[in-house]
Design a protein around this ligand. Structure first.
Ligand code: CA
Length: 234
């Protein structure tokens, strides 16, 4: 089944142009011209990925992002921004954006970002050992069902957070460079800022750590990156 993409953009010319390009790549595309319509169509069609403009009449892209992220934790979200000052907000913790593109953008670039996100959205791994479970008490990652648990309580992760966590849990105790994480999760062709790694790590810490200011599971390796610290005796 082809990936379903919802395009929320008020400028009709951009919307049509992007739609034609995505349909040529065999995506199923839904269009919305306002944030309100975007939310409604997302609820009805349950897209895999939303490409979301920030400047919209009515509720803006940030608000749409918050609503959708809350209702659909597994949704992939790519933000479109025209203003440099939006950048810091996109990188903020509360929105859970998976990626962003600055306008004007090349449609090929958008397709690359979508393909990279699709890899993160893929539904679980084929069953390997132990039905795809990775256990690091108190954490458990179910790569088949694509779920993450702490103390047997499920924690909702965005597609990007899930993939970072999977890479951590597959490499316990190993210091992963920020560039390495970027390549593993966003793909080699990602051209954005590696700050997006740090933002996602901050969000992950707020979910997995008792005290995110003093992380014990996701350690910072100064000048390098991050390490999943788990007591190997457990
Ligand atoms: Ca706009």
């Amino acid at each position: 089944m082809s990936t379903k993409i919802l395009l929320v953009e008020d400028e009709e010319s951009i919307r049509k142009f992007v739609k034609i390009n995505l349909e040529r790549d065999h995506y199923t595309v839904f269009e919305a011209g306002t944030g309100e319509d975007g939310v409604e169509i997302a609820r009805r069609e349950e897209p895999d990925i939303v490409v979301l403009d920030i400047m919209l009449p009515g509720i803006d892209g940030f608000e749409v992002c918050q609503i959708l992220r809350k209702e659909f934790p597994n949704l992939g979200i790519i933000m479109l921004t025209a203003k440099a000052e939006d950048y810091d907000k996109i990188m903020g913790l509360q929105y859970g954006t998976d990626d962003y593109l600055t306008k004007p953008f090349n449609p090929t670039e958008l397709t690359l970002r979508i393909k990279s996100l699709e890899r993160r959205l893929e539904q679980g791994d084929p069953v390997k050992n132990n039905a795809g479970l990775i256990n690091h008490p108190p954490f458990r990652l179910d790569t088949y069902g694509r779920k993450f648990f702490k103390d047997e309580k499920e924690l909702e992760l965005t597609p990007t957070e899930y993939h970072i966590m999977k890479n951590f849990m597959e490499n316990p105790g190993k210091a992963l460079k920020r560039d390495e994480i970027l390549n593993l999760v966003w793909g080699e062709d990602f051209v954005g800022d590696s700050k997006i790694v740090d933002v996602n790590i901050r969000r992950l810490r707020s979910k997995v750590e008792e005290n995110p200011a003093k992380p014990v599971y996701i350690e910072t390796v100064w000048g390098l990156g991050y390490r999943w610290h788990i007591d190997q005796d457990e």
